[in-house]
Each structure stands twice: as structure tokens, then as C-alpha cells.
Design a protein around this ligand. Structure first.
Ligand code: PLP
Length: 485
């Protein structure tokens, strides 16, 4: 149990030792064996540089860009770099701001679109089901109705015709992805943006995931369809710096085609006795640390560095995709054209959730994805440059994990439990029921969760979305309890 407020202060060295000890229970952020959550360039000197830059600016406050011009200059420089990568030559008026992450960028894009239409009482937005959950979060926070539309069942790409029919006079925004997180599919942005423009509606391209790597993959000869400001109907884009720009966590960019589209993103307030508040983002006080670290990272890696990192990523993706397609019983959900490998199983003897556990036991931490509508369960791998040096070992590891999975029986859920979650009314689910389930699955210690998840995933897989949400909210609430003495 950690005491965050000891009666006597603790020496620095001891604290750092304790923190290092705590960190040893985490999944590995470096080494190319964790295929979600982290983005690792594999460059040895990058962490130290980013940490020093962060320290230089950690007490700088983004609350007021006139008080700390260093932060304003750094942010504008990052926006300029992103605009250049994302078709800015075709849209010289692009502006933008730094945010804390992709979710904030998306929320602000939705806010800007909503507040540009004060006349629309019940604003709505249209997005393919494959759009990131951040759009649903933005919809919920901002009280915008989300019209989630199906994607092409074969390609898993957004269908412009379906989007077109979903647009109403209340629609304030159409969204699509470049690429989608779950399957790594780039939506047909040109057609989606054209139909949004036909209706006079804004079109946001969520390039949180791919915005900093797709341009480099294209330069390497990978066929990447147009997805950026080259397309006239694209009004805003999000690109995360803490993904393929390999910056430390806490930075993303929201770009608008011009500053008139951005103006409704701001919040201003003068009607109180304190300072007049003007913010481009959600936070008021905001550390300069992540921004300085991001600028140090992009400048140190440089354009040539990002091209090399994209090449390494490509090599790793190709090797992993080949390992998958060479394995009887496994099938790619979508072509591994960019930086995602996502595969499913088509052999009843290969339970995907068991396979994910077997891979994890061997040190390869992939991300299981639950079945959704007609889409089967799948295993997702976000591949970064740091995977390349170890990728030779992935094929044999996959083969061994598949063999072990065939030996193991799929999770044997008691039928009454399956029945319970499949038909449960989420509103009647109590914290006690969830605590009981957590106990039963041995999930009461936060650090014991990874590695034996097949049973839990099998249970969640039969639960409707609303039940999944409620189960996991109650579970996280169970974890987020302060130590009590
Ligand atoms: C990661 C991601 C987001 C959300 O970004 P956060 O930084 O996690 O808030 C949004 N869209 C896509 C496609 C993403 O991959």
C-alpha cells in the first residue's frame, strides 16, 4: 500500500526506487512486444531527450499563450509540420491547436461543428461504426446524437452511399477514419467528404492513428488513397503526436482547413470577477511539458528519421501478416496495408481469446477484440518501428501459440452464466454481482488481470454492448478504490 502523504517526507532516491519497483508490474513499454497502448520508435536516445525537454517546460502554463510565448511558438511549429504532412500545400489556410490526445481533438472538432450551428436544436453527426469510440464519447459529453452507420461487410470501409442517406438537416458533422483503429482500414475519404460537402456539412477525418505515418508509407511506395486536406470537402483532421510521431503521451493536434472553421472551437468567458478565460482546448491550466517533449521528438527524428521508422514498421507488418496468412485456420480481417495487423480465426479448434493468452504467456501482448454485429472476434496488433528487430521471433511464437491453443479446450463457461450476461438488464446489474464475478475469475488484484483473460473475454463476447459497458464500468470502479486503513 502506497502512502501518498507520509507524515515525514521521503528521500528522492527512495521514491524513485519505489516507483521503479511499481513499474516492474506493468506491461513492457519498450522492446516491440506490446501491440497496443504504446508506440515505440526503438530509438535509444529519444526518451532522455523528451524527458529533458518536458522538464524544461513542465511548469509553463498553456492557460495564457501571451504569458508563455515559448509554448505558443512550439504549438504553432507542430501545427505547421502536421499541415505540411497532411496536404497543407493544397490548403494554405490550415490552422490548428495542440490538445492532450486524440479524444480531446475529436471532442473539439465536434464542439466546433456543433457551435457553428446554434440554430440547430438537436444536432446530430454521422460516423461509420468503425469510427473510434471517442466520437461516441464526444456525442455523449456534448449532447450530439450519433448516427452510427454500417460499413461494407467485406472491406470494413465506410460506405459513402450509406453515409449520404444518414445525413439530415440536423447533421453538423460527418466523420471517417484514416485508418480505423480496430482493423487499420482507410475509409474512402474522397467520396465521404464529397457527400458531406454536397449537404453543406463539415467532414472530419480522424487521422489520430495514421496521420503521421501514412504520408511516409506513401513515400515508400505503399498505395495510400488521398485522405487529407488535398480533398476539398475535408474541413478538419485530427492527428496524434503520441502515436506515430513517437512523442510521449499527452499530445495530439486538431487541424481546421481555415480559422473561420476553428473559431467555434474556442471557449471564452468574461462574465466573472476573475481573468477572462479564452481556451482552445478542454483544460484551462495545461502543462507545457508534453508540447516541449513533442517538439523535441519531431525535430530530433526529423523527416528522414520518420521515413526510416515507417520503413521498419512496414517490414514488421509484412512479416507478421505473412506469419498469420501462413497459419492454417487464421485469416486477416483486412489487408495489412499500413501499420495494423488484425486477424480472426476460422477453425473451431483455435479459440482466439485462448490464443491471445498463449501469446501473452510467451511475451507477445496483442489486443483481443470482441465480436461486433456480423464481425467475428479478432486479434489486433498495432505495429511500431520497435517491432522490426524482434519480428523474426514472431512467426515461430505464433505457430507455438496456435499449437498450444489447439491443445487447450476453449473456455468452459457455465451455461447459466452465459445465459445471465446474454439476457441481463444492464440497469439491474449491481456492484455486488460484478464483485462476485471478479472474485470468481480471480480479477481482484489489478496486476493479475493480464494473461488469463480467455474466460473473461468469452463471457464479454456473449454480452450485448450495454451489458459489456456496465460490467466493465462496475469493474473499473471496483479497481478505483483508495487504500483505506
Ligand atoms: C487512438 C485513437 C483515437 C483516440 O486517441 P486518444 O489519444 O487515445 O484519446 C481516436 N481515433 C483513432 C483512430 C485512434 O487510433
Amino acid at each position: 500500500m502506497i502512502n501518498a502523504l507520509p507524515s515525514h517526507g521521503v528521500p528522492a532516491e527512495q521514491i524513485l526506487g519505489e516507483l521503479t519497483g511499481l513499474r516492474s508490474g506493468d506491461l513492457p513499454t519498450h522492446g516491440g512486444t506490446l501491440f497496443s497502448y504504446v508506440y515505440d520508435s526503438g530509438l535509444a536516445d529519444l526518451d532522455g531527450l523528451a524527458q529533458s525537454a518536458h522538464a524544461l517546460a513542465s511548469h509553463v502554463n498553456g492557460l495564457d499563450p501571451t504569458a508563455f510565448p515559448s509554448l505558443l511558438a512550439a504549438e504553432n511549429a507542430l501545427v505547421a509540420a502536421a499541415a505540411k504532412l497532411l496536404g497543407g500545400a493544397h490548403a494554405p489556410t490550415v490552422v490548428g491547436s495542440v490538445t492532450s490526445g486524440g479524444t480531446e481533438s475529436i471532442m473539439l472538432a465536434v464542439k466546433a461543428a456543433r457551435d457553428a450551428h446554434p440554430d440547430i436544436e438537436r444536432p446530430r453527426m454521422v460516423a461509420p461504426v468503425t469510427a473510434h469510440a471517442a466520437f461516441a464519447k464526444a456525442a455523449a459529453y456534448l449532447r450530439v446524437e450519433l448516427d452510427s452507420v454500417p460499413v461494407d461487410a467485406q472491406t470494413l470501409a465506410a460506405d459513402p452511399a450509406t453515409i449520404d442517406t444518414a445525413i439530415t438537416p440536423e447533421t453538423i458533422l460527418v466523420a471517417c477514419s484514416a485508418p480505423s483503429y480496430a482493423h487499420g482500414v482507410v475509409d474512402p475519404v474522397e467520396d465521404v467528404a464529397a457527400c458531406a460537402a454536397d449537404h453543406g456539412v463539415r467532414c472530419h477525418v480522424d487521422a489520430c492513428f495514421g496521420g503521421w505515418i501514412l504520408p511516409y508509407l506513401r513515400r515508400l511506395g505503399v498505395e495510400v488513397p488521398d485522405f487529407d486536406f488535398r480533398i476539398p470537402g475535408v474541413t478538419s483532421m485530427s492527428v496524434d503526436l503520441h502515436k506515430y510521431a513517437y512523442c510521449p503521451k499527452g499530445t495530439s493536434l486538431l487541424l481546421h482547413r481555415d480559422d473561420r472553421l476553428r473559431i467555434s472551437q474556442y471557449f471564452g468567458y468574461a462574465d466573472w470577477p476573475g481573468y477572462t478565460m479564452v481556451n482552445s482546448g478542454i483544460a484551462s491550466t495545461r502543462s507545457g511539458g508534453p508540447v516541449a517533449a513533442a517538439l523535441a521528438t519531431t525535430r530530433h527524428i526529423g523527416d528522414d528519421g520518420y521515413l526510416r521508422l515507417a520503413q521498419q514498421t512496414r517490414t514488421a507488418v509484412e512479416r507478421i501478416a505473412t506469419a498469420v496468412t501462413d497459419t492454417p485456420g487464421l485469416r486477416l480481417m483486412a489487408p495489412a496495408d499500413y501499420m495494423v495487423v488484425c486477424f480472426t480465426g476460422e477453425d473451431p479448434d483455435i479459440d482466439l481469446f485462448v490464443l491471445a493468452d498463449e501469446l501473452a504467456a510467451a511475451g507477445w501482448h496483442t489486443q483481443p477484440q470482441l465480436p461486433f454485429g456480423a464481425m467475428s472476434a479478432s486479434i489486433h496488433l498495432t505495429v511500431t518501428a520497435a517491432v522490426e528487430p524482434t519480428v523474426e521471433r514472431f512467426g515461430p511464437a505464433l505457430a507455438a501459440a496456435v499449437a498450444a491453443t489447439r491443445e487447450r479446450r476453449p473456455p468452459d463457461l457455465p451455461p447459466e452464466m452465459t445465459q445471465l450476461v446474454a439476457t441481463m438488464d444492464p440497469d439491474l446489474l449491481t456492484p455486488e454481482t460484478v464483485a462476485g464475478l471478479a472474485q470468481r475469475f480471480g480479477l481482484t488484484e489489478a496486476d493479475s488481470v493480464a494473461g488469463n483473460m480467455a474466460m473473461v473475454n468469452a463471457l464479454l463476447a456473449v454480452a450485448p454492448a450495454a451489458v459489456r459497458e456496465k460490467l466493465l464500468i462496475e469493474f473499473v470502479s471496483l479497481l478505483q478504490q483508495p487504500p483505506r486503513d
